[in-house]
Design a protein around this ligand. Sequence first.
Ligand code: FE2
Length: 66
Amino acid sequence: MTEEHHIMWIDVYFDGKKLSRTTLSPKAMAPCVTVKLTPKKPGTLTVVEECNLHGIWKNRAEVKTG
Ligand SMILES: [Fe+2]
């Protein structure tokens, strides 16, 4: 995380619904976010982030309940 190369924001989705956007400051923040989920049914967690040099990065994970 430097002014020259940093993650600008991180979005979190559950089953396509946006839960949060965290905007990051390269001087003050590590590129991470924590979200506590309490899903009523299984679904897909998607995290999207944007790097100022390399663009959009996306990852998905299946979330189980119980
Ligand atoms: Fe990057």
